[in-house]
Structures are given as C-alpha cells and as structure tokens.
Design a protein around this ligand. Structure first.
Ligand SMILES: [Zn+2]
Length: 376
C-alpha cells in the first residue's frame, strides 16, 4: 500500500464542511473509512443521525489484549463573523502553516493518527490499536455519547486524545456541567403587573445566589479550583408584558473529586423550588497520575521525537471526548496530545504547523509500535 501523507490528509479533511451545528460529518467519515479499509484495517461506521456518523477502526489480534486507543473529532466550530484571509476550506500552506477551519482543532490530529495506523498496519506489528473518530464533539461530546450508548467501544488499555497541545502531552482537564436554570411566572399586561408573576424577579434572586455560590471543595493540586459562571440570562419578550419565563445558563467547571450529581443537589438546595434545572452538557473531569508507567513511556517518546522534555503536570483548559470515552473504555490512563496549537482553536485564520503534523504522526506511530498491553 502507499504511505499516507498526514499533511495532505489534513488538507483533504479541512476541505469538508463539517461545521457543527449542523455537523454533516458523514462524507468526511466515509472518506476516512475508505482510506483505512484500503490499508487493510477493520472499520465500522456508526450512524446516529441524518448525515452524521462516528468511525471505529481496529488493528491487530484480539488475543493480544486491550488496544491502545486514539480519538479525535472531525466536526468544527462555525467560521465566526470576521472575514478570513485564507479560504477556511482551502488547506493552503503558507510559511509552514496549514490554514483552515478545523486544521488545528483537530483534523491534523485525526490525519496524524490515521497515517500512523496505516503505516503501523503495513509493518505488521502485533499490538492492538483502536481509532475512535467522532462527530459532534464541539457541541458537548454528542457523537462520543451516541457511540457509548450503542455499546461501543470495547475496553481499551490506554487513550490518546489528539486535541491541540503543540505535541506536548497533557494529563488531564476539568469536567463541564452546563445547566439551564428556568424560572416560571404568569404573564400579564405591563400596566397591571399585580395580575402576573414576574419570572425575571425570581431569576434575579437566583442570580444573587449563584454569584455567592461556594463549592466548599479543596482545590486539585494541578487542575485548581472548580468554577461557576453565568454565561447567558434571558427573560421577557417585550417591554409592556410581565415575563412568564426566565432562563439562566450556568457554566460549571469541575475537578475529579467533585461529583456532578452532588453539585446539582447542592445548587438545587441553594436556588430553591422556584428554579428548575436542566443539564445542557454533563461531562466529568479527566486525570491520570503522571507517575503511571505508560505516561512515562509517552513522555519518553515525545522527548525522543521533539527533543523537548515537557512538564509532567501540564493540563488543558478545554474539555474533550475523553470525558465520555475514558469511563467507557474502562478508565485507562489518558493523555491529551496533538499537533494543533491550542491558541488557534476556534480562531479566524486557524492554522496548524506542518512540522508538528509530521512530528505527531511519528509520535503516534511509536506509541502504536511500542504498545505492550497487559493481557486481560
Ligand atoms: Zn477539539
């Protein structure tokens, strides 16, 4: 088989419009399915909505124990309001930068591990590898959640998330609990407010409580403290009516010791019966102790390929599909490690450095070739 060039593959992936919402990842997933299948790798496409699908690919023999897993998403965020200097679907390379929506976050990461898997398969290594390529990550790990709901994937021995880290391994991130708090009232004409119940006032009381909310939780030594932010408040339709509904969107970032069920209980007690709460996103924190043996192997391989020795306690500010996939895989050690630049994610004129894509493909190939699972 012919070698897959991870840079050219990134360009091909960038050419697909997989802006989410609405997503429409299927054509992109089918293209990857074709590449992996032609390389002799077993694949399965898991559709979960019209034009949307995840892809799972496995290499090696099941008797070899649990696979080393790589995950990445192919959906992207919208283009933003400002004009782009470069075609967001062009994949143009200028001064060593590959431009396009999703280049950094994270089609380059997907391209690098797909290229590494094809090369590893051709060399007939025994170790098992599983690729989990998802849709619908940007709106809250929806694709990964659909995959898990359908009974996938099988347990894994380790997990690498190819999200943008400039090829620096990161051992964790906070969880996210996004809630919509809703207050209801009774509408009336604005000239007769005594005939109604104003939902905006109920929301105002809730806002005061949210501002003063305390988690009463010791900070994590590396992820820090949990946080709470009110991101959006909506109430009323026009100036001369009593609003009968108010919404407060709450963004909570959690640490591993803080169970989301406990946070919800605590908040419900604080806000009282007047406020109902619906989860928008609910994904737990991810953390692996850097002292874990396999994490040590990852750092050794990264140092060997990049010539740099990264900090073992680095973490990423965003959340990833690992929140959903790590528990589903049986809680294996996990690193976030990918070629993109975290600072370019979701930006106008997003780019990924070409050199880092080659570097990531080398790192991933070594991780696959050197994978020695415990037989289970
Ligand atoms: Zn991403």
């Amino acid at each position: 088989m012919t070698d897959i060039d991870p840079v050219q593959l990134t360009q091909k992936l960038v050419a697909f419009d997989t802006i989410n919402p609405p997503g429409r990842e299927l054509a992109c997933i089918e293209m990857l399915d074709g590449i992996l299948s032609s390389a002799g790798i077993a694949t399965s496409v898991h559709r979960f909505a019209d034009g949307r699908a995840n892809l799972v690919a496995t290499l090696g023999n099941a008797s070899e124990g649990r696979p080393i897993c790589f995950t990445g998403h192919v959906d992207t965020v919208p283009l933003g309001n400002a004009p782009w200097k470069y075609d967001p679907f062009g994949g143009e390379i200028v001064d060593g930068r590959l431009y396009g929506r999703g280049s950094t976050d994270m089609k380059a990461g997907v391209a690098a591990f797909v290229a590494a898997a094809c090369a590893t398969n051709a060399k007939k290594f025994d170790a098992r590898v599983m690729l989990i390529i998802t849709a619908g990550e940007e709106t809250g790990c929806d694709g990964a959640a659909e995959l898990v709901k359908s009974g996938m994937p099988e347990p894994g021995g380790a997990l690498i998330v190819g999200e943008p880290t400039s090829n620096v391994p990161m051992v964790g991130h906070k969880g996210a609990l996004w809630l919509r708090a809703v207050a209801t009232g009774v509408t009336a004409h604005g000239s007769m407010p005594h005939l109604g119940v104003n939902a905006a006032y109920k929301a105002a009381h809730a806002l005061n409580k949210l501002e003063a909310f305390e988690f009463n939780q010791a900070p994590h030594p590396h992820l820090g403290k949990p946080t709470l932010n009110v991101g959006a408040v909506r109430a009323g339709i026009n100036v001369n009516s009593v609003p009968d509904r108010a919404e407060i969107d709450i963004d909570i970032r959690t640490i591993p010791s803080l169970a989301h069920a406990r946070v919800k209980e605590h908040l419900s007690a604080e806000l009282g019966e007047e406020i109902s709460m619906n989860p928008l996103v609910d994904v737990p924190a991810v953390w692996t102790e850097p002292e874990h043996g396999w994490i040590g192997d990852v750092f050794a391989i990264v140092s060997e390929v990049t010539g740099k020795s990264p900090s073992p306690y680095a973490t990423v500010p965003y959340f990833t599909d690992a929140s959903v996939l790590k528990p589903a895989l049986g809680d294996p050690p996990t690193v976030i490690l990918g070629p993109g630049e975290a600072s370019m994610a979701h930006q106008i004129d997003e780019y990924c450095l070409v050199e880092r894509i080659h570097e990531a493909a080398k790192i991933y190939a070594k991780l696959m070739e050197q994978w020695r699972p415990l037989r289970v």
